[in-house]
Design a protein around this ligand. Structure first.
Ligand code: BTN
Length: 246
């Protein structure tokens, strides 16, 4: 059983990227499980190679490096759902019961239908590198960004990066213990109630092709299943877009 005490805790004032730092630490010294947080990042990584994660002081930049064991390697693709669920549960634990917190497939967490956080999971040897950025005090306000964003402060949810890091780390560890024990069988069912636009028409882009259909399900592999005019299709990775496919 993993516990928070199994994690070494590293706090940096500034770093290029907490994920890059975690990977180099693993290569340098085979450190045990650890969590690194930074007050700010100079080139925070995103899921896209051509953009950086906006990292002003006041938000959370968090990377957890965890060895989940060889037997569970086959589930690493489901980790991002576990992390999204942990984020949702962490936010719920510090807000009113009517908070509108949902997951946009595959793993964007939306607060009041605006993006609150980003998740970037990478592998380094035996380790899963779980990188999470959470808009606590600020959010990008650039009108050119594709999707509206928000912060916890914007929704009057008051916390600090350090406090939220602690809540989130404990929740991820609790969920890792639970879902590893459960062989990840119930994870997809646990996230479905939070899924944004399930049973509704969605627009999806994959390999420069666009698709429209009803978001029917998420299968046991985590793939999105949509019913299009030409039949049922499933995608393990794709991007849900707006109606006009931008
Ligand atoms: C996304 O594209 O939505 C994922 C963004 C992930 C950003 C976080 S911030 C902490 C961690 N370190 C990084 O360099 N990236 C992740």
């Amino acid at each position: 059983m993993l516990g928070i005490d199994n994690f070494k805790f590293i706090h940096l004032s500034e770093v290029d990227s907490t994920n890059v730092y975690a990977k180099s630490l693993i290569l340098k010294e085979k450190t045990d499980n650890f969590i690194v947080i930074a007050d700010t990042q100079t080139s925070g990584k995103t899921t896209k190679s051509n953009s950086v994660w906006d990292s002003p002081i006041g938000n959370l930049y968090f990377t957890m490096a965890v060895r989940i064991g060889k037997d569970y390697k086959k589930f690493t693709h489901l980790l991002s759902f576990l992390v999204a669920l942990s984020l949702v549960e962490s936010v719920k634990s510090i807000s009113n019961s009517d908070v509108d917190i949902r997951i946009k497939w595959p793993n964007d967490v939306l607060l009041n239908v605006k993006k609150l956080s980003g998740i970037l999971i990478e592998q380094e040897g035996d380790y899963s590198i779980i990188g999470i950025g959470v808009n606590i005090a600020h959010h990008p306000k650039n009108i050119n960004i594709k999707y509206p964003t928000t912060s916890l402060a914007d929704a009057n949810i008051n916390t600090t990066p350090a406090e939220f890091a602690n809540i989130l780390a404990k929740r991820i560890i609790q969920n890792l213990n639970f879902f590893i024990n459960d062989n990840f069988k119930s994870l997809v069912e646990r996230i479905k109630p939070y899924m944004y636009n399930i049973n509704k028409i969605v627009y999806l882009s994959f390999n420069n092709q666009n698709f429209k259909g009803i978001f029917e399900n998420i299968d046991s592999n985590g793939a999105i299943v949509i019913k299009t005019d030409s039949g049922v299709m499933s995608f393990l990775s794709a991007e849900l877009t707006k109606e006009n496919f931008i």
